[in-house]
Design a protein around this ligand. Structure first.
Ligand SMILES: NC(=O)c1ccc[n+]([C@@H]2O[C@H](COP(=O)([O-])OP(=O)(O)OC[C@H]3O[C@@H](n4cnc5c(N)ncnc54)[C@H](OP(=O)(O)O)[C@@H]3O)[C@@H](O)[C@H]2O)c1
Length: 312
């Protein structure tokens, strides 16, 4: 039985990674902050380890004795993604952990350089820490979560106005994977030793913005007015304009992601779904017919400017 420690085990993604690891027979340790222990669901092969990435490597190493793989699904700023994950990596080195999956779960953030996306920059800085590490890195790339991409932060769907907005011509295929499918793939990848030292790209569905609009219209049973926001050059200019004026990165980071999605630099390469045939991803149509239907109605409480988005 493989022993896996999951950091961020109480998050939207991490909670589902824990479930899929348990389904696959792994012995799972959930690293959870004291205030979040109640969010875990009991299972015979799940142990709660109370800890925080800010505890430092010495304290974190105590949770890692006998662990073969660390999966991180934490979210936060540089203090979590760079400093906190570095402490976890140092702890993993001391404990003789073989592999670590960092909290990337993104478009192909290694397809473009620094300065394009502030959240990618944090992950790339942390990735450099593996250069001198005895722990092998396995990065998982999945494209965009539709739970966020079709939510208010990306400004694609506006259910109150009935609009579907597109930058560029909307014809390049983009990569979309639901949170549940990302978790299913990640559990399979975590238990696959051949992924050591590799970037593994997997995807739920690849479709263009125009095809996504068709899926939205079919699932919602109504027409969505197409709003052409401008060229990709206009999108880059809009990101720069917002960076100067924003009080929070939430006001521009989703558009930064769209730049790399729509110009293709963040597109997935060498998609490895065939390596994990028991993971059958949900189609966009099925997602939109299920919980994704929530995207078609305006939220009851409008999001405050700068508020961190949540998944549907
Ligand atoms: N591709 C996409 O479209 C997309 C969209 C959204 C997110 N993501 C990525 O998916 C990953 C997970 O995001 P998410 O939305 O699942 O995040 P989330 O729901 O906010 O969960 C974050 C988790 O990190 C934990 N955490 C935060 N700081 C910590 C610390 N100092 N010590 C220990 N644990 C800490 C939280 O614990 P508590 O429960 O105690 O707060 C929680 O379990 C991230 O890498 C994120 O960038 C990708």
């Amino acid at each position: 039985m493989t022993t896996v420690l999951v950091a961020g085990a109480t998050g939207s993604l991490g909670g589902q990674i824990v479930k899929h690891l348990l389904d696959r027979g792994a012995d799972v340790r959930a690293l959870v902050r004291k205030s979040s222990v109640d969010k875990l669901t009991a299972h015979p092969n799940l142990t709660a380890h109370v800890g925080d990435l800010t505890d430092g490597a010495d304290a974190l190493a105590r949770h890692l004795d006998g662990v073969e793989v660390v999966v991180s699904a934490v979210q936060g700023g540089p203090e979590v993604i760079i400093d906190g994950q570095r402490e976890l990596l140092r702890a993993a080195e001391r404990a003789g952990v073989h592999r670590m999956i960092p909290s990337d779960f993104s478009i192909n953030l290694y397809g473009y350089g620094y300065g394009v996306n502030v959240l990618s920059d944090l992950r790339r800085v942390f990735a450099d820490s593996f250069a001198t590490s005895t722990v092998a890195r396995t990065s998982v790339a999945i494209g965009a979560f539709p739970e966020y991409f079709l939510g208010p932060v990306h400004e694609v769907l506006d259910p109150a106005a009935g609009t579907f907005s597109v930058w560029g011509d909307g014809t390049r295929p983009i990569d979309m994977t639901t949170i549940a499918d990302t978790a299913a793939f990640t559990a399979a990848i975590a238990l696959d030793p051949s992924t050591a030292g590799r970037d593994v790209h997997v995807v739920g569905q690849q479709l263009s913005m125009m095809e996504l609009r068709d899926e939205v219209e079919a699932a919602s049973g109504r027409q969505w007015e197409l709003v052409r926001k401008g060229t990709l050059q206009d999108l880059r200019a809009e990101v720069v304009r917002r960076q100067f004026n924003a009080s929070s990165l939430v006001e521009y980071v989703a558009l930064q992601a769209q730049v790399a999605m729509f110009d293709g630099t963040g597109s997935l390469r060498d998609v490895r779904n065939a390596d994990y045939p028991d993971v059958v991803p949900t189609s966009l149509a099925a997602y939109l017919a299920g919980r994704g239907a929530a995207h078609f109605t305006p939220p009851e409480t409008p999001r405050r400017p700068g508020e961190w988005p949540t998944a549907v």
